[in-house]
Design a protein around this ligand. Structure first.
Ligand SMILES: C[S@@+](CC[C@H](N)C(=O)[O-])C[C@H]1O[C@@H](n2cnc3c(N)ncnc32)[C@H](O)[C@@H]1O
Length: 238
């Protein structure tokens, strides 16, 4: 396995602040629009009753937070992220969709989530956990803010399981994506960091064990798009 990239919080926050203006565009282009579908799958997996209170950690520009409130009546989301420029863009989208009563964005670190204990019915993280310097600590924090039985849905990149597709995807991810990302974002390293961080993220079975060890039960790892992405679903242990 390659050595893990530097995930010092100030470095990661600075990188996302720098690419924020092009982040959404690149997300949609580089995933051929599939990112929206992956987020819908995560929201569906939560099976939220109306009026649920949800934490969206590493919320970025708030796409998952917005998708969550749009899917369930009376649901409210608090989105937490440490990159101010990402949150600023998220806030513009939330106001544009007149959702400011239902989505609140807070600047904060996954290592100390600024949300009360047992105050959330569900939690989500989309493409965030692999960036977190201390993922176990963040998962324990999520377990703290969830009520017992509360549901967690995590989206993260994986490695496709079909051999031919795996090779093609690996080429795209390692060579094509960094070039397009660099051209559009004008950031030298952010889109090289992406495959590097995915390459050192634990395989689904190992990450599922980490979830079980940090306060979650009934852990499921569901491959999406042939395993390009995994959806992890779990319950906060009683
Ligand atoms: C790839 S983006 C994902 C954003 C969004 N969830 C989405 O689906 O588009 C990762 C986000 O995680 C945030 N992040 C990474 N580590 C974090 C930490 N320790 N605490 C808070 N936010 C963090 C970054 O600032 C960035 O906005």
């Amino acid at each position: 396995m390659n050595s893990p990239p530097d995930k010092t919080p100030s470095r990661i926050a600075g990188m996302f602040d720098a690419i924020a203006p092009r982040y959404d565009l690149l997300n949609h282009v580089l995933s051929a629009g599939l990112d929206r579908r992956w987020r819908v799958r995560a929201v569906d997996a939560l099976a939220l009753p109306d009026g649920s209170r949800v934490l969206d950690l590493c919320t970025g520009t708030a796409d998952l937070a917005i998708a969550t409130v749009q899917a369930s009546r009376g649901t409210s989301v608090v989105g937490v992220d440490f990159a101010g420029a990402m949150l600023k863009l998220g806030l513009t989208k939330i106001r544009g969709a007149s959702l400011d009563q239902r989505v609140r964005l807070v600047r904060g670190d996954a290592a100390a989530i600024p949300v009360g204990t047992a105050s959330c019915d569900a939690a989500t993280i989309a493409f965030g956990i692999r960036n977190v310097a201390e993922p176990e600590r963040a998962l324990r924090e999520i377990a703290r803010v969830l009520r017992p039985g509360g549901r967690l849905a995590i989206l993260e990149f994986g490695q496709p399981r079909v051999p031919g597709l795996r090779t093609l995807y690996s080429w795209y991810f390692r060579y094509m994506l960094p070039v397009v990302g660099r051209m559009v974002s004008k950031h030298q390293s952010a889109y090289s960091y992406l495959p590097a961080s995915v390459g050192t993220f634990p395989p689904p079975a190992e990450f599922s064990r980490t979830l079980a060890a940090t306060g979650f039960s009934q852990v499921r790892a569901v491959p999406l798009t042939f395993g390009v992405v995994y959806l992890f679903v779990a319950l906060k242990s009683g």
